[in-house]
Each structure stands twice: as structure tokens, then as C-alpha cells.
Design a protein around this ligand. Structure first.
Ligand code: PMP
Length: 452
């Protein structure tokens, strides 16, 4: 590597780039990545790291998938850009493929990323209710701890503290319920946490007025918010029943969980027989190679938009939504997922990693180790009885020690220190078994030798 070039880049970075989720700190410039291969990348100083969070849990197939980059180039050479106010082959083929993967009967609206896909879902839900005789149904319910995106609507559904602390008021009509979270149950009987959380949702719908609630949005498993899952998949079945009972559309945010991360093609598929009204996707849809968002909608809902007697069309567009190259990349990504049986691989290796990480529950600062496929959360507490969260500084020291050993990990994304105490591990689904062992060994070594 070139030391002068490297210093120049670092200086320009400091002077011109505004980083996501980062304090300005001239003494600790962010790492500048140079190139990647598989689950690993090299920074401009020549240091090698395993990416234990797949970028932002999106780089599911890892770096260096030349079939994907070739598909993008081929598409750009053929038809560089075309809007979806008209049509093009990659979007048609991808929408068809997504419907097939979702079990049939879906049509897809394309956008640019996860926030965008959720905004699209909210607008479809409101318009759907207006066009089907329920003009007062405009509210959305989501869950505390959830992350749904960064734009005003998606942020309003995001029930994490940065919204309240920094950007409120959000969009009117968004409310929140507790997720099932047995380790820190909101309810008196943690054994019945799932059931109580679902009952709470029903209560809120009744209190708010069933004629006012348009939709309920949830990740099948809370990912960025701390890897939180119900005790059983019965929770989602109950949620489906409740949504059906009150004509509330069930929007499943599969931005992280979709396309294999959880050891099923989609996270909601862990619960037998549940069909969402809408499924939103991004990240793993293209494995991060190009930006793309998708909102797949059940055909029954689309019926309300077909009627041409009134002004029933969906007045919503984004210039780059469903970009031909991004759709071509998604198609290739799905082809590789299927061909290599990546979903089966995750399901097969998940338990092996979990068993080893679970041993960390003997560590005095590890409250609970949770997993959902290749998404692991290690909840760190200062005291196992009170469950007092560890300090931000401690969590930072763990992340720093892992980095020194060549492993990048993440943490749950809340700005209030008492809520940010979960280490997040989400390696590329194609990580080799040696990579995964390195990851497990490093995390264990760092946690077991840490001083509070
Ligand atoms: N939903 C979930 C569950 C997410 O984790 C994210 C991104 N972290 C989003 C939506 C928003 O996606 P994007 O950053 O592509 O807008």
C-alpha cells in the first residue's frame, strides 16, 4: 500500500465526508476499506479483517462474487437505465421470482432500499383502506426496539430512542407495542411473554379503534434492535389472527431476515402457514451489491388498485426504484442462493456456532446468547440478577479488542446507553467453516479475558 495516498485519503475523509452514525473525531478516523474477498476485507493500511456483521447485515454472499458483478455489467451494457413507469425484463423476472419464493400470489413494487420499501408499504396500506371503504384507517402499529428505517415514516415506525431524542415529532399515527422479549419481559409472567405481547397488540387495536388502524409492521425477529425473538413461532400465528380479525394489514419487514439470513428463505416462514399481506425486502435481496428495495403485496390487495372507474392508481414512484442492474443482481443473487443451497447451509451450521457461543453464558457479563440463523446477539449485563446493562465504554472495549484481533462485530443501534448492550454477530452466509471458527474463538477469547 501507498502511505502517502493513504494519508491523503484519511485527510479528505475527515474534511469532506459526513459519516453515518459517527461522531466527528479527528483522533479516531474511521477505517477506510480498500478491497474484499469472501468474508474478509483489507483496509488502506493493509490490515485484514473478517467482516462479522456482513457490512450492515447485507453482504450475505460475501465479497468477490464475480457472477454477480458480471450480471450487473451485462445489464448496464444492454440497457443502462429505464424507469418502472414503463417496464423492463429484469424487473419482470425478479417480480415473478419473488412471488414464487413467497409461495405465489404476490406482486412487487420496487424501490431503492429498506426504508423506501417500508414507506411504500405504508402508502399502499393507507390508500388500500381508503379505496375499500375504510377511510379512517390510517394508523400503524410497530414494536419497541424495532428498526424500520431512516426516512420520516419508517423512522416513526422505528421505536428506538434516537427518534425520540433527536428527531421527534415523527409522522402522526404511529404507535408502538412491546415485542415478546422474555429476557426482559414487559409482563408479569415471562413464561407467557409471547401470548401477553400478542394480547397487548389486540388491546391497542381496540383502544385506538379498529376502524383507525391500517397496519401492523414487524420484523419476524428484531435484528438491529438487539436480536430479539419470541419464544415460539406461535406468536406470529396469533399476530396473523389478530390482524385478520380487525382488518389490519400485516407488513413483515424482511429487510434483514429475508433471503436466507435466518435459515429459512424468509423469516416469517419459520411460522407454518402464516401469509403476510406485504413483505418488504432490501439488503440480502442483492447481497448489498447494488441498492434495491422491494415491497411484495398480496394480489387481493392489488385488486383495490385495479379499478379504473375512479382514480385508483398508486401515485408513487422513485427514479431509481427497480433499477435494471439492481434487479439483474438480485436475480443472480437468488440463483446462487438456490444453486448453492445457502439457506440449508445456514440452518446446518447455525446450531454448531450457537452451542459454542452459548458456553459464554458462564461468563459473568453475558446475560443471554440468542440466535436466529446467522444472526447472533450476546446481551451483556453488569449483573446477572438485576440485568443492569454494561456501560457503553465496556461494549466499546469489546468491539475494539475484537477489531485488534481482526474481527469486526456490531452492536444494537440505540443511542440511549442503557439500551445499547447487545453485541451483534451476522457473518456472511458463505463464510467458510474456518472463518466461523475464527469468529467464535475470537469472541470467546475477548469476552473471557475482558475486565469490566
Ligand atoms: N428494516 C430493517 C429491519 C433494517 O434493519 C433496515 C436497515 N438497517 C431497514 C429497514 C432500512 O433499510 P435501508 O437502510 O436500506 O433504508
Amino acid at each position: 500500500h501507498d502511505k502517502m495516498k493513504e494519508d491523503q485519503l484519511a485527510k479528505q475523509d475527515l474534511d469532506h465526508l459526513w459519516h453515518a452514525m459517527h461522531k466527528y473525531n479527528p483522533d479516531a478516523p474511521p477505517m477506510i476499506a480498500a478491497h474484499g474477498q469472501g468474508a474478509w476485507f483489507t483496509d488502506t493500511e493493509g490490515n485484514e479483517y473478517m467482516d462479522g456483521v456482513s457490512g450492515l447485515w447485507c453482504l450475505n454472499l460475501g465479497h468477490g462474487q464475480t457472477e454477480i458483478t458480471e450480471a450487473a455489467k451485462k445489464q448496464m451494457d444492454t440497457l443502462a437505465y429505464f424507469p418502472l413507469t414503463f417496464s423492463h425484463q429484469p424487473a419482470i423476472e425478479l417480480a415473478t421470482k419473488l412471488s414464487e419464493l413467497l409461495g405465489g400470489g404476490y406482486r412487487t413494487f420496487f424501490s431503492n432500499g429498506g426504508s423506501d420499501a417500508n414507506e411504500t408499504a405504508f402508502k399502499i396500506a393507507r390508500q388500500y383502506h381508503k379505496q375499500t371503504g375504510n377511510p379512517d384507517k390510517y394508523k400503524f402499529i410497530s414494536r419497541y426496539r424495532a428498526y424500520h428505517g431512516t426516512t420520516m415514516g419508517a423512522m416513526s415506525a422505528t421505536a428506538q430512542a434516537q427518534r425520540r431524542v433527536k428527531y421527534d415529532p415523527g409522522v402522526p399515527g404511529f404507535m408502538h407495542v412491546p415485542p415478546p422479549y422474555a429476557y426482559r419481559s414487559t409482563f408479569e409472567n415471562p413464561e407467557k411473554d409471547d401470548e401477553m405481547a400478542a394480547n397487548f397488540l389486540e388491546q391497542i387495536i381496540i383502544w385506538e379503534g379498529e376502524d383507525t388502524v391500517a397496519g401492523f409492521i414487524m420484523e419476524p425477529y428484531i435484528s438491529g434492535g438487539g436480536v430479539i425473538k419470541p419464544q415460539s413461532d406461535h406468536y406470529l400465528k396469533r399476530v396473523r389472527e389478530i390482524c385478520d380479525k380487525y382488518n389490519v394489514l400485516l407488513i413483515i419487514d424482511e429487510v434483514v431476515s429475508g433471503l436466507g439470513r435466518t435459515g429459512q428463505l424468509f423469516g416469517y416462514m419459520h411460522a407454518d402457514g402464516v401469509q403476510p399481506d406485504m413483505v418488504t425486502m432490501a439488503k440480502g435481496l442483492t447481497s448489498g451489491y447494488l441498492p434495491l428495495g422491494a415491497t411484495s403485496i398480496k394480489n387481493e390487495i392489488y385488486e383495490a388498485f385495479k379499478n379504473d372507474s375512479g382514480d385508483h392508481h398508486f401515485r408513487h414512484v422513485s427514479t431509481y426504484g427497480g433499477h435494471p442492474a439492481a434487479c439483474a443482481v438480485a436475480l443472480k443473487n437468488i440463483e446462487i442462493l438456490e444453486r448453492e443451497n445457502i439457506v440449508g447451509r445456514v440452518a446446518r451450521l447455525e446450531q454448531k456456532i450457537l452451542t459454542q457461543l452459548k458456553e459464554l453464558e458462564y461468563n459473568p457479563y453475558v446475560g443471554e446468547v440468542r440466535d436466529i440463523g446467522f444472526l447472533y446477539g450476546i446481551e451483556l449485563v453488569r449483573d446477572k440478577t438485576t440485568k443492569e446493562p454494561v456501560s457503553d465504554a465496556y461494549l466499546g472495549s469489546i468491539l475494539g479488542a475484537c477489531k485488534e484481533r481482526g474481527l469486526i462485530l456490531g452492536k444494537n443501534g440505540d443511542t440511549v446507553p442503557q439500551l445499547a448492550n447487545v453485541l451483534i454477530i451476522a457473518p456472511p452466509l458463505t463464510s467458510t467453516e474456518d472463518d466461523l471458527q475464527f469468529l467464535v474463538d475470537t469472541v470467546k477469547e475477548v469476552l473471557n479475558s475482558s475486565q469490566y
